[in-house]
Write a protein that binds this ligand. Sequence first.
Ligand code: SAM
Length: 294
Amino acid sequence: MTEPYLGNPARCAAVLYKYDFVFRKKFGQNFLIDEKVLTDTVKAAEITKDDFVLEIGPGIGTLTQYLAYSARKVCAVEIDRTLLPILDDTLKDFDNVTVLNEDILKTDIKALAEQENEGRPIKVAANLPYYITTPIIMGLFESGAPLDSITVMVQKEVAERMMTGPGSKAYGALSLAVQYYSKPRLAFNVSPASFVPQPKVASAVVCMTRHLKPPVTVTDEKFFFKVIRASFNERRKTLLNGLADFSEFHFTKPEIAEAISRCGFPPAVRGEALSLSDFAALAETLYSLYMVSS
Ligand code: SAM
């Protein structure tokens, strides 16, 4: 197999020039032109020749080449069909890559893992389109697909949100969801100079290793995440008001106050002060008090 070469800025520029490629901002197109970032991403993802890798948004195939070189098989899902002839060209010497022209938010990832990897855990690696980072991450976790890990380039500020705990300004629904499903770690930071065109924000690569079993147990996951969303819906509000004002719930204020008190939280507590296990306790209390019919 050919060695990957597209991380070299001149080789990348030659491909863009050959195809007269026009970047589409609406698809979050910022392509990598930094060999070290590419090899370090593959290293962080711990890709081996046993692995099936799902790549989201291959662009002109830069990260794809590096993944294909290290993995057994790569499936790359790209929404922009103008990139397909380019990918045919840049990936022609990599016989273990399949490209799907699809929107990742509409892709059946579970079916893909079953068809392509006999239902065994897959690894996800990507330089994500930043405009849909959260729906992609949540979609992966909620897909029911067997996942081993997700290693992604995201906006640095989003990486902080994924990894932080109670009390921090960045703490919120994304932190709790990521930490419920996985153990996230910051692999490294990436400067705008590593991309073409350069994004306005700093970036970071985060590696999320899927928990075999979530660190907390809840009766109804959907209800648990609804409680979390309600608690952070309007950050200035107390937990009591946030839950009372959330349109998808119909609890009365005294009912919520009772649940908060049973959990031992102060009456005016805010969502940002509660840990993952605090949220699990609150969701379980609300659920057992008011959702289970006697
Ligand atoms: N992997 C390439 C690289 O690192 O140079 C490109 C990364 S670029 C930040 C994001 C890529 O995701 C673009 O190729 C874009 O067209 C693609 N993309 C955007 N929205 C998508 C979607 N909903 N489904 C699949 N791919 C998408």
